[in-house]
Design a protein around this ligand. Structure first.
Ligand SMILES: [Zn+2]
Ligand SMILES: [Zn+2]
Length: 337
């Protein structure tokens, strides 16, 4: 039995405890299927509450300042319906993005039995995450907020208090899209309202006093502009990631040329759940679930060793360059002579 490559010394002979990780607790009981996924992170929960508050504020101003006092009932009914449907879809997408398991790798599966059961062949390697004691499949990264390794982790988003990964990217994309749409719609309505009120008597424009009306509308304008810019950029970045089959972390690690990528249309269909249909825009319809992980998914070829450096990353909305510190990741590789 010999070990390669020579520059990786954290191998089976020098560090035989990789098979019996001391720091790792026994694997916890698997979560019952259907159990709710929710990250207990104070900052994330606060950001998620603020998101809901801002959407409900926009809802209040659109309905009670602009549409209900308006005497043009057709205009109010159509715009009220469109805005409410979009706001409902935005909040539903937010809930689904927050409460869906983004693709967590089973915690503590780096057991002796499991590693042995993989029967590593020459040139094969498995990676163990020392933080959550799991074997990382390809394209998984550890999130220190979720305290789990997440498959195809794009970034951790505090606004949805969850990682954006393989299983919930669709909901996150829909969330950014619907927020951008309601922001644009609110801005257009505020524009019309101002035009209309300049022509008419301000007192007939809203059931609130003119100064209150103006302050509420200006705040809505600010909110709408900020969210429109932010969510449009995020939406564009996510769609680009899906089309190029490259997550935000992979883009930062410049793994572009080293990994074989799927065709963009296949990647889009897998993320949004099948062929193009209305379901793509439905937050209640899930993405197309890839096949469950097989033994092959846990094992990587030795040629991809350098690709997986610095896999422990915590990212926020705009992920930072992962640190250049040597990875604290056990590395086990067995080659038969
Ligand atoms: Zn981990
Ligand atoms: Zn996370």
């Amino acid at each position: 039995m010999m070990l390669i490559p020579a520059h990786h010394f954290r191998d089976i002979e020098r560090k035989p405890q990789y098979l019996q990780p001391e720091k790792c607790l026994p694997p916890p009981q698997p979560r019952p299927s259907g159990a709710m996924w929710f990250i207990r992170d104070g900052c994330g929960i606060a950001c998620a509450v603020v998101t809901w508050f801002l959407v409900l504020y926009a809802e209040f101003v659109v309905l009670f300042v602009m549409l209900i006092p308006s005497r043009d009932y057709v205009y109010s009914a159509i715009n009220g319906l469109v805005f409410n449907v979009l706001a409902f879809l935005a909040l539903a997408s937010h809930c689904r993005a927050m409460l869906t398991d983004p693709g967590a790798v089973p915690k503590g599966n780096a057991t002796k039995e499991f590693i042995e059961s993989l029967q590593l062949k020459p040139g094969q390697v498995v990676y163990k995450c020392p933080k959550c004691c799991s074997i990382k499949p390809d394209r998984a990264h550890h999130c220190s907020v979720c305290k789990r390794c997440i498959r195809k982790m794009d970034h951790h988003c505090p606004w949805v208090n969850n990682c954006v990964g393989e299983n919930n990217q669709k909901y996150f994309v829909l969330f950014t899209m619907y927020i951008a749409l309601i922001s644009l719609h609110a801005l257009i309505m505020v524009g019309f309202h101002f035009l209309h009120c300049f022509e008419e008597d301000w007192t007939k424009c809203s059931s609130f006093s003119p100064p209150t009306t103006v302050i509420l509308l200006i705040l809505l304008c600010f909110e709408g502009l900020l969210f429109l810019i932010f969510t449009s950029v995020m939406f564009g970045t996510q769609v680009h990631s899906i089309c190029t089959d490259e997550t935000g972390i992979e883009r930062l690690q410049r793994k572009k040329q080293r990994r074989e990528r799927r065709g963009s249309w296949k990647s889009v269909k897998e993320t949004f759940g099948g062929d193009l249909s209305l379901n793509w825009f439905n937050p209640f319809s899930g993405p197309r679930h890839p096949k469950p992980l097989s033994d092959r998914d846990w094992v990587r070829q030795v040629s991809s060793v350098s690709d997986t450096e610095n896999t422990e990353t915590t990212t926020t909305e705009e992920p930072e360059e992962p640190s250049e510190e040597p990875k604290d990741e056990d590395f086990a590789e067995v080659v038969d002579e």
